[in-house]
Design a protein around this ligand. Sequence first.
Ligand SMILES: [Zn+2]
Length: 225
Amino acid sequence: MKLLRTKTIKGKIKVETGLHIGAGNDAIEIGGMDNPIIRDPMTNLPYIPGSSLKGKMRSLLEWELGRIGAEEPKNNGEPCKCGKEDCPVCRVYGAAISRSAEEHALKRGPTRIIVRDALLSDEFKDKIDVIIEEKSENSINRITAVANPRPIERVVPGVTFDFEIAYRIIDTGDKGKRDEELFKTTVLDVLKMLENDYLGGGGSRGNGKIKFIDLRDEEDKPITL
Ligand SMILES: [Zn+2]
């Protein structure tokens, strides 16, 4: 097994409808917003964690390939952990720890994709006051018709984040042919799927539509999805 080369995709993620990637409850301060977006603790700027992006890409691919609950023993909608070398999900995105994943680890090789944290683009760094909104979402009591408002924080449309993916082509005895093929179906095609889906929370309520723009490869050639 040998690393032949690393492909990269660099570009921007453009927010098209308000983006909410939650910080989780441990970030609550007294008097603070109870649905805050995640921010870099050093700069206080919003960012998109690589883990959020990678997780969303992986789940879209699992749906596409029918890998949800596919392997034995049947899971309850957890990520595929078959770990087999011919499973595009486990080969490219890595296998969750399981006996099967361990058994196939040597043949499968290392996780091919690396998704970096997407940091706020430079031109928005001094506009922190206007790029985050507090939106109120209501649930209506069915009997009294009284609204129960719940504020959530969102990054507003138009904002961009700098995005980068690396993808390792590994020779598993085939001169990297299989990984080259999978780059399109498990990465590029999935980015397109993500544009038609949503990122972060509240997708069914209109949040999280994004677009990948200005994508370039490792030779600085444009990539179209
Ligand atoms: Zn798998």
